[in-house]
Design a protein around this ligand. Structure first.
Ligand SMILES: [Zn+2]
Length: 73
């Protein structure tokens, strides 16, 4: 049993928990590497999931439908 973070409903014990990431943040890592006299700037990119929320079956399906609609536009 858990509380849905979208509709705040407390779900039935048998209901499946869906966890979805809601924000992706692009992260840039930059550091210098010293090799003898040379200094090299290394840049790497990554993605951070900034938050995951718990969703009930109903809200999860709603989000899936929303994504379908966006896709068709
Ligand atoms: Zn919900």
């Amino acid at each position: 049993m858990f509380r849905c973070e979208k509709c705040n409903k407390v779900t039935e014990p048998r209901e499946k928990l869906h966890r979805i990431p809601i924000t992706y943040k692009d992260v840039v890592y930059q550091f210098t590497q010293k090799k003898g006299k040379n200094e090299k700037l290394i840049t790497s990119y990554g993605k951070n999931i900034s938050k995951e929320i718990n969703l009930c079956e109903e809200c999860f399906n709603e989000i899936l439908r929303g994504q379908d609609e966006n896709f068709q536009k």
